[in-house]
Write a protein that binds this ligand. Structure first.
Ligand code: PAF
Length: 325
């Protein structure tokens, strides 16, 4: 009888422990707008693996991909009201919330990946992440989207004159829109989940995005021409909701930051891989690729965007970027 009682007690205690463990797993909803095969998903998987390991199962990350929770602007709004916990987003719509980040969207600001990554990993990058808390967003880490290139359905683009008159979908970002206007292109801001259909239906002629996105979205199905304009570096940010993160201990918050850094590292590796292998894949799928682009006339065409930016936001951030490069 004593043994039976002991066994029952142990079983009861194990069940109670299990119940506590099951109850303790807090769901972390992570959202982004790209497909499951994208560089953002590689980053989301690394975030999930790291946070669940560090927290020993206290947090469980559920990934919502392909714009299931909306476009990037909607996702950032979701962070502020707590309907989503962690978001991976380009800086496209971020300046609407944190104007200090607009500096990163200036065309031809960075020459290559090493320079861009170095600036984002510097004190300036950390200051920008810290600034976000003034706007009800927790900046966890800088990740990456990649250098953006133009695609369109009409013609090969080698010079700004070739691009003139094209209707091009841009992100909802006024620095980008201004630069395209200066180039003679008609910028059409649109949330990313609507872009494929808009290209398919001919509402717009083209779009611009890094190789990573062009591959992940199979844009070759609706776009024939790719020009490696590399007109702007597109950072990605890993952001958290203050509604979740402000209630956590320092240790728990530290796990989120570490998970975001692991995510950024995995994403950057995937971006580098796609930079090496993606263009061939796009060619194999029928896109014509203009590789020999003289960037000087494009740079010259978008120069007024810098003046408009500094008139509105001053030159301090721009000088800091240049000093950190
Ligand atoms: O073009 C955009 O909106 C962004 O580059 C994307 C594809 C959503 C990735 O952040």
């Amino acid at each position: 009888f004593a043994r039976k009682t002991l066994t029952t007690a142990i079983t009861g205690a194990s069940l109670a422990l299990l119940a506590v463990q099951v109850q303790a797993a807090q769901t972390v909803n992570l959202g982004h707008t790209l497909s499951d095969s994208s560089h953002y998903s590689v980053g989301a998987d690394a975030f999930k693996e790291t946070l669940e390991r560090l927290s020993d199962g206290e947090f469980e990350v559920v990934e919502h991909t392909a714009g299931a929770l909306g476009g990037e602007r909607a996702l950032i709004e979701g962070l502020q009201i707590g309907t989503v916990d962690v978001v991976i987003t380009s800086t496209g719509p971020l300046g609407n919330f944190v104007p200090e980040t607009y500096v990163l969207d200036l065309p031809f600001l960075f020459e290559d990946y090493d320079q861009a990554r170095c600036v984002l990993d510097s004190d300036l990058g950390q200051d920008l992440l810290d600034k976000m808390s003034d706007h009800d967003i927790v900046g966890l880490a800088w990740s990456e989207n990649g250098f953006r290139h133009m695609t369109n359905s009409q013609r090969a683009v080698k010079t700004p004159a070739d691009a003139e008159g094209l209707k091009v979908r841009t992100m909802e970002n006024k620095v980008h829109m201004e630069a395209f206007e200066q180039m003679g292109v008609h910028p059409t801001p649109m949330a990313f989940p609507e872009v494929f259909t808009a290209l398919q239906q001919g509402t717009v002629d083209g779009q611009e995005n890094p190789i990573t996105v062009i591959v992940a979205t199979k844009f070759w199905e609706v776009q024939d021409h790719l020009s490696l304009t590399g007109h702007v570096y597109s950072p990605a940010a890993i952001l958290g909701s203050p509604i979740l993160l402000d209630g956590l201990s320092d240790e728990e918050r530290g796990w989120f930051i570490e998970a975001a850094r692991a995510s950024a590292e995995a994403t950057r590796e995937e971006v580098s891989r796609l930079e090496r292998e993606g263009i061939e894949l796009l060619r194999e799928n029928g896109m014509t690729v203009e590789t020999e682009i003289d960037k000087a006339p494009f740079q010259e065409a978008v120069q007024p965007a810098y003046e408009i930016y500094t008139e509105q936001y001053g030159s301090e951030m721009l000088e800091r970027v240049r000093a950190s490069s």
